[in-house]
Design a protein around this ligand. Sequence first.
Ligand code: PLP
Length: 328
Amino acid sequence: MKLDSLPRYRLTALPTPLDETPRLSKELGARILFKRDDLTGFALGGNKIRKLEFLLADALAKNADVLVTGGGAQSNHTRATAAAARKAGLDAFLVLSGERPSESNGNLLLEELLGAEIRFLGGGWRDTDSEIGNAAAELAARGRRPYIVPVGGSSVLGCCSYIIAVGELLEQLDALQVNPDYIVVTTGSCGTHAGILAGLKYHGRKIPVIGITVSRSVAEGTQRITRLVNETAAFLETPLPLEANDIVIREGYVGKGYAQITPEAREAIKRVARSEGIFLDQVYTGKTMAGMIDLLAKGDLAHGATIVFWHTGGTPGLFGHAQDFREM
Ligand SMILES: *Cc1c(COP(=O)(O)O)cnc(C)c1O
């Protein structure tokens, strides 16, 4: 399959801006450019919108009438999927971890406005992927035509959208005549990190990519990224050969657990808001920024470096976690 002939259902308003952040850069002693994928232009933005253009096109090609996916209680991915479904006249069925909260806000409020069918999985650990599979089977038994969108949209099609996004970034960098020393990105379900690595291979450019994990171990992230890049290469029938040092994931910034605020993330979110008027989120980009600040302080990222910080969105989640900022 050729990248430019992949079926795509347009949701985005691209290119997203590539913004200089002069005050933040001065404070941190590095030139930081933000790739503003918080502004992908549909349903309050974020990286999932890019991925969903290809997932939705695939669902329509397969004649689906309902998208089925899942995630955390304040998942950006499920909100984006529900909105994408509506845009194409489909329904959405979402499985979310935890109990239904007494109040709906943030992404959950938006999902309710979209009229998505929502199933809360309740307490205790449940495997989201298999619960998505169960929900799809139930829908099919009722005569519906479900299409499973994998958690985080992290599939080959999701990666393809980030190969294209890297092409977009490279054009912007070339126009500015900037050659960055690093790209910093959140490593979550790994599709974005894998897609960026695949994109740099695809476009024949070498820029170190530093992932900051917000959930998985380095070993698990490395395994997932390797698999996604290799599957994407096979799908596109293009060699995207990973070298030993290509996958870089830094850990130590998760704190008590996924989606639980850390003091450093809270500080990073305030710092970026107050220096640049840009909002990060608690679950992903705030922790990633906290990690980047720490790596710069330690010299793991070189002082004076030029860094692209890939802002993957998540701002609607701010309103779902307002209690994290009680003690400003
Ligand atoms: C999903 C998400 C990520 C992580 O992207 P993956 O492709 O799942 O690794 C990062 N930031 C935000 C805001 C997200 O919603």
